[in-house]
Design a protein around this ligand. Sequence first.
Ligand code: ZN
Length: 93
Amino acid sequence: MSSDPDEGQPLSPEQAADIRARFDRGDGCRHCGGIHVRSCPRVRRLAFHPNGTLAEVEFWPDGRWSDASVIWPEELPGPAEEEPESGDDARRG
Ligand SMILES: [Zn+2]
């Protein structure tokens, strides 16, 4: 696996809206409460019954897992928030 998605990139308005809709549906991760693309970083180990149902979840202790790939509701930009015009002026002319 050499092509990682760009974690830490700012969300596009479309992505933010989509994720907000998922939170509104209560569709956040049941383990950490956020939304992430990959498997839950908070979960250290999953144990399954032979019939495929989840038997046990082992979590990393607090402070031992990174939530860098998790999106939290409070991190989402507001639905009607205007983007501040700052940053790239130095690159012009
Ligand atoms: Zn999670």
